[in-house]
Design a protein around this ligand. Sequence first.
Ligand code: GDP
Ligand code: ZN
Length: 458
Amino acid sequence: MEFDTIAAISTPMGEGAIGIVRISGDQALDIADQIYVGRHSLKEVSSHTIHYGHIKDLDNDEVVDEVMVTVLHAPKTFTRETIVEINCHGGIVPLNRVLQLSLRYGARIAEPGEFTKRAFMNGRIDLSQAEGVMDLIRAKTDRAMNVAMSQVKGRLKTKIESLRQALLETVAHVEVNIDYPEYDAEEMTSDILRERASYVEKEIEKLLRMSQQGKILREGLSTVIIGRPNVGKSSLLNSLVNEKKAIVTDVPGTTRDVIEEYVNIRGVPLRLLDTAGIRETEDVVEKIGVERSREVVKEAELVLLVLNHHEPLTEEDEQLFSISEHRDRIVIMNKTDQDQKIDMDAVYEKAGSSPVISTSLIEDKGIEQLEEAIANLFFTGELEAEDFTYVSNSRHIALLHQAKDTVAQATTALDEGLPLDMVQIDVTRTWELLGEIIGDSVNESLIDQLFSQFCLGK
Ligand code: GDP
Ligand code: ZN
C-alpha cells in the first residue's frame, strides 16, 4: 500500500525532557537527511542503527537541537514503513521546531493514532491490537495501562482464537454428520455441540464481565460526593485530590458547568463529577441541595455519602440515603474526632449493604480504609489477577454481546430438537462475530478454514 509520509511528536511514556519526533513513510529518510547534520548521510547508514548529530534549520543556519537519530528501514518497523526517529534533548520547544522542520521538508502531521493505523493497514498488527494501542495512548492509570498493554500483546486475540477454534471443531463434527450420517451418531454430535456452545457462551460472558471493568479503567469510575452542608465534602474532595494527585484536571468541553477530576485510588481511576458544585460553594452558602444531588447521582457509578458523626441524623440525610439507594455507595461517617451524636444503628440500617467508613478528615484519619473500600468494590475476587484480558473497547463489547446471543440461540435450537444444519447457522454466525473482533472474518469463510484444517474431502 502507498501512503504519504507522516510525522509527529511521540513522546515516550513517563516524564522527562527527552522527546521523539517520529517520521514514517517512503520519504522519511529524504526528509530527515535534509535537516540532519552528522558524520554520515542518513541515506547511507544501515538499518536499525542510531546516529549522533544535530538538527539544523538551513534557512538561517541555526542548530535547533543535539539529537540521536534512529534509522529503521521498511519493513521491519512498527508501521512496516521506513521510520526515522529523532531523539531530541532540549525539551518541548526544540522538539516542536524539529517537527516543524520535518513538515517543511515534506512530511504531513500525523493524526492521533495514525502510526498505529498504518501498522494495521500494512498488516503489521490485527484490529484488536491496533485498538489496544489506541487505548494505551488514552490510558489513565497504571492498571489501565497494563490492560491496554496486554491487549497490544494479543491476549484478547489469543482468547478469541481459541473460542473460534472450539466452534470450528464443532462445525467439523456437524459437517461429518450431515455428509456421512452413518458415520457419526446424531446424538453424540448434538451432545458435543451443546457442551461446546455452553462453554463458549460462558467464556464470552466472562469477557463481558471483565469488559465492565475495562470500561471503568479506561474512562474512570464516575463518582459523586454528596452530603449536607458542612459535613466535610470539600475536605474529602481535597484529601482525595491532594493526596492522590489529580491525574487530569480539565473541563472536557462537553457539559458547561461540570468539572471532572481524576484521582487514582489503588489503581481505580475515580472520575469525580461535579466538583465545581463542591468547590464553588466554599465559604459561600452551600447550594448542593437534595435536588441537585438527585441529578448527579443519576450519572454516577459510585456515590460517596458523607455524614456528620457530631450531629443527629436529619431529614435531609435520610433523603440522600434514599436517592442513592440503588447505586454502589460508600457511607462516610466524618468528624469522628468529635463526640458521637448520630444514631449509628440507624445509619447501619439505612446503609444496608453499603460499607460505612469512619473518618476524621481534619486529622487525616480513615482515608486508607476508604481507599480500601473503593478498591474492594471494584476489584472483586477473580478480577484481581493482573494478567486478565480486559476488553475495553466498545466495538468489541458490542460484538461479544451479539456473539453471546447467537451462541445461546444455538443451544436453544438444540434443546428444541432443530436439525443440526439449523444449529450450525448460529454456530457459524458466532464464529464470524468473534472473527470481526480480531478483524479477519471479513475475507475468509469458515468453510475455507474448515477445509484447510480438517480435510473433510469435499
Ligand atoms: P462541606 O460543606 O460538606 O463541603 O464541608 P467542608 O469540607 O467545607 O467542611 C466544613 C467544616 O467542617 C470545615 O470547617 C472543616 O474544617 C470541618 N471539618 C471537615 N472535616 C472535619 C472532621 O473530620 N472533623 C472536624 N472536627 N471538622 C471537620
Ligand atoms: Zn464545602
